[in-house]
Design a binder for this molecule. Sequence first.
Ligand code: IMP
Ligand code: MG
Length: 423
Amino acid sequence: MANIVLVGAQWGDEGKGKVIDYLTDEVDVVVRSQGGNNAGHTVVVDEKKYILRLIPSGILRKGKLCVIGNGVVIDPIALWEEISELAAHDVKINSKNLLISECAHLVFPFHRMIDEQREVSKGAQKIGTTRRGIGPAYGDKIARVGIRLGELLQPELFKEKLQARVKEANLVLRGFGQKPIIFKALLNQYLEVGEKIRPLITNTVLTVHRAMIAGKEILFEGAQGTFLDVDHGTYPYVTSSNTTAGGACTGSGVPPHRIGRVVGAMKAYTTRVGEGPFPTQDAVVAELMHSMGREYGSVTGRARRCGWFDSVATRYAQILNGIDELAVTNLDGLDSLPRLKVCVAYKLEGKKIEVPPTCVQQLAKCVPIYAEAAGWQKSTSDARSYEELPPNAREYLRLICDLTGAKLKLVGVGQSRAQTILV
Ligand code: IMP
Ligand code: MG
């Protein structure tokens, strides 16, 4: 039995959607354990493109059970939209293929408004959030004033809790010079959507536990990436959940010894959306990706910042997550380059360092030390086996995986399900 945790080894958008879709083939249950609809997982099946935000990407494989765990924050309106979009593409959602934890916290419109107002008031210091209310929703959870999905199903209790919550949120919104939330309209809107998703809500700790007892295998699909982890990432330029492997346990109620292996997804280069230091950011890589129409955010449409592969970051990600195997995605993005750079260390105030400093102000001062690699200048998008890849591309993969410190398991050479090479 080998339950798998999949994590992003960089700043998110490592192409996890595609890797999840691939790994789902090997498992029975797919679990999301953190984040919210700030995530955007793109999966292309038979030329059809699906963007999943809250629902595990496993939903696209028939016969798999998907679970949204207690660690996820859920905007039920966005969830219903996603369910409806999938239904329009013939992916029908019911309690046979999707179950949601009654302990997951709700995201409300006032969370989104506060998220936005905090960003605006920070000016140049802004985090560059997705403005989906993720930070304020997790803030309420930790401050013990959050409201959970299970409570949404108890109208009297929900009304009482929401009333208190709206009262306080309106004080905050007034402080920002914003209009107050109208309680009654919000209450009705949420109770209504609550009824629609009621059949899906349960104690998913037991669902997953029973599946494990029955010998079923589980994939924990991470959202965002290691350096967006609220504890281990480039704080405060992070998201508000634990995106590293440990989050899979706390966010689902699965004990640590049940985790068999950890797969890390990483791009063959590096990208980041939002603000915060990014040592290997590079205009040449950004120009190349954007000119090909790549690297625009799937949730917000923002152009992602791009740069060279940073092994200082991925090596630390290997340590933090215990990554056993690597899935390298977007190799084809580099096909046209004659030469490539790979960051092997940083220089900080005259000293060479091999792990990233934990303080962002110091990270912002780090200058990458690069090794050069020869390009392959040949399309890789039609390669279907490792041997079919150009020798220099294989050499590059070996280099970045060795520097990261884990085995190569999978290579992505394009968006579609078929453009995946198992090593
Ligand atoms: P938030 O999660 O909306 O609060 O945003 C906080 C930071 O995390 C911002 O820099 C976002 O761009 C980034 N972020 C959140 N979700 C994702 C994701 O799925 N991919 C990449 N970056 C993300
Ligand atoms: Mg994404």
